[in-house]
Write a protein that binds this ligand. Structure first.
Ligand code: NAD
Length: 801
C-alpha cells in the first residue's frame, strides 16, 4: 500500500457534524478548510463563521483548546472552490438530501485534486448512488466515511466502499483515520444506514414502541436504558435530543424509503413509522438540544420531560425501580432470565428491548456486515454500549437466549415474526455457543469465523479493544512478569523496556503503589533500556489514596502522615533522576498524585483524551507529591531561558491552575496548563499509546538519555508571595473564594515562591518539597479540610466550605 499523505482536508458543510469534524482535525493537527454555502447577506463566509463561533459553546467541547478554532479556515462554494485542489481528502457533510449532495458533487468535481479521496459522511444514503454523480475520474476514490456525533468523542467511523471504489482507498483511509484521527474503524456494507445506525436506530424505535406498550415515561426509559444497562448515560430519548430530532427523523426516513416491502423488505418495517410524539415535536420546531427543547426541556436549572398525554413538559423525576436495578446488576445469564420472567413492567420492557435488539441484529447480520464483530464494535463505538448485542447474547448463553427469542416470536411478543436465521441454531455457531471465538467472529455470508483485519496499522495496537469470547490477550497477564505486588504489575512485552501497570482501583497512589513503582524502577535500571508506566484501562491515576492513609492519621495525626508524604516525594525525585528514561503513558485522568507521577517522569506520552490537573484543593489540601516544587522549578527554567523577564510572570499561570484545581480537558489543553511539555507526545488512538510510549523510551535510551542536572532553583520569595496574595484578597472579598480557599491558595503561593526568603534565593527541590509537606500536614489538621476530605470519601463530590 502506498502512503496516503494528508496535507490538508476539506470539509464540506459547516453544520452539526462538519464543524465538529473540522474541530477534531485541528485537535489532531491536520490543517482543514471548512466550506459551506455563500451567505446571502453579510460576509460571504457568514455561515461558516457562525458555525465556528458555535463550536466553543458546545458541550462537551469539540475542540481540545478553545483558541484553536481560529485554525479552521473558512470558505464558501462561491469564492473558494479552487482551494479544493490543495486538499488530499474531501469529507462531504452537508444536509442529508441525495439531490443536494449530488448537486454539490457536480459543483466540486472539476476542482478536486486528481489523487484526492472524496468521502461522504452521510448517515445512511446509498454511497453507490452518490458515486454516480461524480466524474469517472473520482469514482474509484469515492467512499463513505461515517463519523458519529460528537465526532471528537465517539470512537466509531464506518468506512463504506462502493463496487467501484479502488482497492487501496479504504486501506489508506482506514490507516489515516486510525492513527491520524484516533478513531476506530468498522467497514460496513453499502446498505441503508450502514451498521450502527441501522441496528441502533431500529433499537431506538423498538425502545419507543415498547415504552409505549409498557406505559413508561421518557425519563424512566432513559434511566433504564442508560448506564444501568451498560449503555451511554444519555439513555434513549436524551440521546435523540443530542443527535437532533430532525437528523433522527432523516435516518428513520431513509429506513422508510429504502426498507419497505417493495425495496429491501425489512421484516421489522411496520415499526419504522415515525413515532407520533417525534413527529409532533419536529412539527413544533422542538428539535432537541440545538433548539433548547425536544423530549426534554431545560428551564433554568430544572430539566423537564415531555408528557405526551398532556402535550406539555412536566418535572422529571422518573427512575428505575430498585428491584429492576438489582436485576440489572446480576451476571448476564441470571439477569436476562430474571428480567424475562418478572411480571414487573420495567423488567419486561428491558427484556423486550434486549430481545428485539438480538432478533434484529441476527436477522440482518448477513446483509449489513461482514461479521458479528463489526456489529458489536459498531454498537460499542457508535452508540456507547459497553457490549454489543451479540456479545451479551453469547455471554448470557447462546442457545438459551435463542430459545427465548424463538418462543417470544412464536407467542407473538416479538416485533416481527421473522424467524431467527438458520446459522443461529444450526452449525458452528450453535456448536460453539456463540458468534465470537478465538478463531474469529461469525460471518454468515462467508459461512465461517473470520479473523480481525491484518492491515499494518493494527500492528501498532498490541492490545486492541476486543469483543467478548474472542480470547483476546489480557495485558495484565501478557508478556513476561518481572515483579508483582497487590497494586502494581511489572512486566515486559519486548524484553527491552519494562512496563509498570498500576492495578489499584482508579490507580490511586498508595504506599503499596509507590513500593511497586520503586521496584519497577530498580528492575528497569538493572536490566532494561527504560520504564513505561502504562495501564490497559481508561485511567492513568486519579491521585493519592487518601483512604489508605486514614489508619495512620487516626493513630498518629498529621505527624504520622508526614513520613508517608516524604516517601512519596522521595520516590518522585528518584523517578526524575533515574538511570533510565521513564515514560508515563497517560490516558483518561491524571489528577493530583497521578499528575505528579507524570510530571516527574522523563517524558509523557498522552492520549488526546487525557484530563490532567493538580486538584488537591478540592479536598482542602495542597499538592505534596512534588507538584508545587515542579511549578517553581519549571518557572525558574522558563525565566532563565528568557533573560530580562520577571520570574513571577512564569509562576502566575501554573499557580492559578493549582489554586483553582484547573483540569486540562484534553492532552493539548493540559500542555497549555504546563502539565505536558512541547517535547511530550500526544497520541490520537488510545490503543496505540503503549506502542508509542515503548518507542519513545527506546529512542530516549538509544540517543544516550541522561537524567537532568540537579540545579539550584532561584525563587520569587516573599515579594512574590505578597504580590500573589494581594490578588487573592480581591477574590476572597468579592465572594469568589471562601476563607479556606484563600488560606490554601496562600499556602500554595508560599511553596511556588519558595517561602519567606529574598527574591532570587537559590533553593533545592528537597527544600520546596519540605514546604509542601509542612503545609499539607497543617491542612490535614484543619477542620475545614477534614470536612472536605470526609465529604469526598463519602459522596465523591467536592464540599465547598
Ligand atoms: P446540519 O443540518 O447541521 O448541517 C448541514 C449543512 O449543510 C448546513 O451547514 C447547511 O448550510 C449545508 N447545506 C444545506 N443545504 C445545502 C446544499 N444544498 N448544498 C450545500 N450545503 C448545504 O446537518 P448535520 O447534522 O451536520 O449532518 C450533515 C451530514 O452528516 C448529513 O449527511 C447527516 O446525515 C450526517 N450525519 C449527521 C449526524 C448527526 O448526529 N447530526 C451524525 C452522523 C452523520
Amino acid at each position: 500500500m502506498s502512503r496516503f499523505v494528508v496535507r490538508k482536508v476539506a470539509v464540506l458543510g459547516a453544520g452539526v457534524m462538519g464543524a465538529q469534524i473540522a474541530a477534531h482535525l485541528v485537535n489532531v493537527k491536520v490543517p482543514v478548510v471548512l466550506f459551506d454555502l455563500g451567505a446571502k447577506e453579510g460576509p460571504k463566509n457568514g455561515i461558516v463563521l457562525k458555525a465556528l463561533d458555535g463550536l466553543n459553546k458546545l458541550k462537551p467541547s469539540p475542540i481540545g483548546v478553545a483558541d484553536d478554532v481560529a485554525l479552521i479556515e473558512a470558505a464558501n462554494y462561491d469564492e473558494h472552490l479552487d482551494q479544493l485542489s490543495g486538499c488530499d481528502l474531501v469529507i462531504e457533510a452537508i444536509a442529508e438530501r441525495m439531490d443536494w449532495k449530488l448537486d454539490l458533487y457536480k459543483k466540486i468535481a472539476p476542482h478536486v485534486a486528481p489523487h484526492a479521496i472524496v468521502a461522504s459522511n452521510t448517515s445512511g444514503l446509498s454511497i453507490t448512488q452518490l458515486a454516480q454523480a461524480l466524474p469517472a475520474s473520482i469514482v474509484p476514490r469515492f467512499c463513505g466515511i461515517h463519523f458519529f456525533n460528537p465526532p471528537r468523542y465517539m470512537a466509531l467511523v464506518e468506512l463504506i466502499a462502493t463496487p467501484t471504489t479502488g482497492p487501496e482507498v479504504l486501506d489508506q483511509l482506514e490507516t489515516f483515520v486510525t492513527t491520524g484521527l484516533g478513531k476506530s474503524v468498522v467497514r460496513a456494507k453499502d446498505t441503508p444506514n450502514f451498521i450502527a445506525n441501522r441496528v441502533g436506530i431500529a433499537g431506538m424505535l423498538a425502545t419507543m414502541v415498547e415504552a409505549e406498550k409498557f406505559g413508561l415515561a421518557v425519563d424512566v426509559v432513559d434511566d433504564l436504558t442508560g448506564k444501568k444497562m451498560g449503555r451511554a448515560s444519555s439513555g434513549t430519548f436524551r440521546t435523540a435530543d443530542v443527535v437532533g430530532l430532525d437528523t433522527m427523523a432523516h435516518v428513520i426516513k431513509t429506513m422508510q424509503d429504502t426498507l419497505g416491502p417493495d425495496k429491501a423488505g425489512d421484516p421489522f418495517y411496520p415499526h419504522f413509522a415515525t413515532p407520533k410524539v417525534l413527529a409532533g415535536l419536529i412539527a413544533k420546531g422542538a428539535l432537541g438540544q440545538k433548539t433548547g427543547a425536544g423530549f426534554y426541556r431545560r428551564v433554568g436549572k430544572d430539566i423537564l420531560r415531555l408528557d405526551p398525554a398532556k402535550g406539555d413538559y412536566v418535572p422529571s423525576a422518573g427512575k428505575a425501580e430498585p428491584i429492576v436495578e438489582r436485576m440489572l446488576k446480576k451476571p448476564a445469564a441470571e439477569r436476562l432470565k430474571l428480567l424475562r420472567e418478572s411480571s414487573n413492567p420495567q423488567a419486561q420492557f428491558v427484556w423486550a428491548i434486549l430481545r428485539d435488539g438480538f432478533h434484529y441484529a441476527a436477522v440482518h447480520l448477513e446483509g449489513i456486515a461482514d461479521c458479528a464483530r463489526d456489529v458489536d464494535f459498531a454498537m460499542r463505538w457508535g452508540f456507547g454500549l459497553k457490549q454489543g448485542p451479540f456479545e451479551l447474547w453469547q455471554e448470557a448463553g447462546w442457545k438459551q437466549v435463542a430459545q427465548w427469542i424463538a418462543d417470544d416470536i412464536a407467542a407473538g411478543k416479538a416485533l416481527s415474526n421473522a424467524p431467527l436465521p438458520a446459522w443461529v441454531t444450526d452449525g458452528p455457531v450453535a456448536a460453539n455457543q456463540g458468534v465470537h471465538t478465538p478463531e474469529g467472529s461469525w460471518s454468515p455470508s462467508r459461512k465461517r469465523y473470520v479473523p480481525r483485519s491484518t492491515l499494518p496499522v493494527y500492528q501498532r495496537q498490541p492490545f486492541p479493544e476486543a469483543v467478548l469470547g474472542s480470547g483476546a490477550a489480557d495485558p495484565l497477564r501478557s508478556g513476561s512478569e518481572l515483579h508483582r505486588n497487590d497494586e502494581v504489575r511489572v512486566w515486559t512485552l519486548d524484553g527491552e523496556v519494562a512496563i509498570a501497570s498500576i492495578t489499584a482501583k482508579l490507580h490511586l497512589i498508595s504506599p503499596t503503589v509507590i513500593e511497586g513503582l520503586a521496584k519497577a524502577l530498580e528492575i528497569a535500571e538493572a536490566e532494561f533500556k527504560g520504564l513505561v508506566i502504562w495501564s490497559p484501562d481508561d485511567v492513568f491515576s486519579a491521585g493519592a489514596n487518601l483512604e489508605s492513609l486514614m489508619p495512620v492519621f487516626m493513630r498518629s495525626g498529621s505527624k504520622g502522615i508526614a513520613p508517608e508524604v516524604k516517601k512519596l516525594q522521595d520516590f518522585m525525585l528518584r523517578l526524575r533522576y533515574a538511570q533510565v528514561p521513564v515514560v508515563s503513558a497517560m490516558r483518561g485522568i491524571a489528577l493530583g498524585g497521578g499528575c505528579e507521577l507524570a510530571l516527574y517522569s522523563g517524558r509523557r506520552v498522552a492520549h488526546m483524551e487525557t484530563y490532567v490537573g493538580l486538584v488537591e484543593v478540592g479536598v482542602g489540601l495542597v499538592p505534596a507529591g512534588g507538584g508545587l516544587a515542579a511549578i517553581a522549578r519549571k518557572a525558574a527554567e522558563a525565566a532563565a531561558a528568557a533573560p530580562g523577564t520577571d520570574l513571577l510572570a512564569f509562576i502566575k499561570e501554573p499557580f492559578t491552575a493549582a489554586a483553582m484545581a484547573k483540569v486540562g480537558t484534553s492532552a493539548i489543553e493540559s500542555r497549555q496548563l504546563g502539565y505536558l511539555l512541547d517535547s511530550d507526545v500526544v497520541v490520537p488512538h488510545k490503543d496505540e499509546l503503549l506502542t508509542v510510549a515503548l518507542a519513545q523510551a527506546k529512542a530516549m535510551a538509544d540517543s544516550g538519555w541522561r537524567a537532568p542536572h540537579r540545579r539550584p532553583i532561584p525563587v520569587a520569595g516573599r515579594n512574590g508571595i505578597a504580590t500573589i496574595k494581594a490578588s487573592l484578597v480581591g477574590l476572597r472579598d468579592g465572594g469568589f473564594a471562601s476563607e479556606h480557599d484563600f488560606h490554601i491558595a496562600s499556602l500554595i503561593a508560599d511553596v511556588v515562591c519558595g517561602g519567606e526568603v529574598d527574591a532570587g534565593s537559590l533553593v533545592s527541590e528537597e527544600y520546596l518539597m519540605a514546604l509542601e509537606r509542612r503545609h499539607f500536614c497543617s491542612l490535614l489538621d484543619h477542620p475545614k479540610t477534614q470536612e472536605r476530605i470526609m465529604g469526598m470519601l463519602q459522596t465523591g463530590k467536592p464540599v465547598r466550605n
